[in-house]
Design a protein around this ligand. Structure first.
Ligand SMILES: *Cc1c(COP(=O)(O)O)cnc(C)c1O
Length: 352
């Protein structure tokens, strides 16, 4: 090691799912939406005046913040937007997790949380989910420096009731509880209404899954005005111009088209429910999912083997060689047609 390396912050980065370049693959590995963005988004892209690129974008993304405030019936001062929810959560870790006590999250969860904790030198402790991948509420009622978990959880798809969320938020009045609702639109009930009762709650959502805009990078947080002010102070201390003006515009269009949003979300839910019966018929077992993916395991064939066999057939799903989940595949819900191809491939793989 060179001397100059001594004082370098060394981190193990988050590993995103594969984005294979070749056409003709069926991509069920990163929970993207199989449907295109709303018409208004397409139009805004076409109509965009490139002269705008000469200027800095609105640093507070006011139009987008206002659109979101209206959609979620909160004040604009309760909304923070960022470049994907990864950006929002990362800022929130910086702003809210500064205790010497450990922050807590589940052992099986979004694998970015421990990466952010490491990069920001935040002490953390994981709490094991039970054998059905459920959160044990008592684990979260303890002395801690903050809490974060997704609801529904990733990569399990398991949804916890609002009562359970409320119990955890209520039981931790002295720290910030962040609920990562990346998948909430696929059948769960958002905890946004709890914001009226609790000032220590931050709800985070994204346009990447339910609004078909993973490539645009839009995420947001909703909380009380004070929390959002603290979050903006951190953002404006790191980079004022995070979201470019084109993205701000298409974000507004995506929020405005409520019909298209519910139509595509409902289509995905219906494909998911059908996938549950098909996978069951094929012998898979999985916890019930309220997300746009299913976390499935097969008693007769290892997940690793199925993963490899699917890949040979140009079908990509997600697999982690990690304790407790190394025999599971996370399968994103695609179109009905893509899912039919998946079932055909699985039938073939399992019969060998
Ligand atoms: C996809 C995902 C995110 C990040 O989404 P962005 O594309 O950065 O908005 C955050 N949390 C969970 C649990 C996710 O699955």
């Amino acid at each position: 090691m060179k001397n100059w390396e001594n004082n370098i912050r060394k981190v193990k980065p988050y590993i995103p799912g594969e984005q294979p370049k070749d056409k003709g693959i069926i991509k069920l590995n990163t929970n993207e939406n199989p449907y295109p963005p709303a018409d208004g988004v397409v139009k805004a892209l076409k109509d965009y005046n490139s002269d705008n690129l000469r200027l800095y974008p609105d640093p507070s993304s006011e139009e987008l913040v206002n659109a979101l405030a209206e959609r979620y019936s909160v004040k604009p001062s309760q909304i923070f937007v960022g470049v994907g929810s990864d950006d929002v959560i990362s800022m929130a870790f910086m702003a809210f997790f500064n205790s010497s006590k450990p922050i807590i999250f589940p052992d099986i969860t979004y694998s970015f949380y421990d990466v952010w904790a490491e990069v920001y030198n935040i002490n953390y402790e994981v709490k094991p989910l039970d054998e059905n991948f459920r959160i044990n509420t008592d684990d979260y009622i303890c002395d801690n420096g903050g809490i974060i978990f997704p609801n529904p959880n990733a990569p399990t798809g398991v949804y916890e009731s609002l009562d359970k969320i409320e119990e955890i938020v209520k039981g931790n009045p002295d720290v910030i509880v962040m609920i990562d609702e990346a998948y909430i639109d696929f059948g769960g009930e958002s905890c946004i209404p709890l914001l009226n009762k609790y000032d220590n709650l931050l709800v985070i959502q994204t346009f990447s899954k339910s609004r078909s805009l993973a490539g645009a990078r839009i995420g947001f947080a909703i909380g009380n005005e004070k929390l959002i002010k603290y979050l903006n102070d951190v953002k404006f201390s790191v980079n004022s111009y995070t979201m470019n003006s084109l993205t701000q515009k298409i974000g507004v269009e995506a929020v405005k088209d409520e019909n298209y949003f519910s139509e595509t979300v409902n289509r995905i839910i219906s494909t998911r429910e059908n996938a549950k019966s098909k996978l069951k018929e094929l012998g898979f077992v999985f916890p019930d999912s309220k997300s746009n993916f299913i976390f499935a395991s097969h008693p007769n064939k290892s997940a690793r083997e199925i993963f490899d066999e699917l890949k040979k057939r140009k079908i990509f799903v997600r697999y982690w060689d990690k304790h407790r989940i190394d025999n599971y595949l996370r399968i994103t819900i695609g179109t009905d047609k893509e899912m039919e191809k998946l079932f055909e491939a699985l039938e073939c793989i399992l019969s060998k």
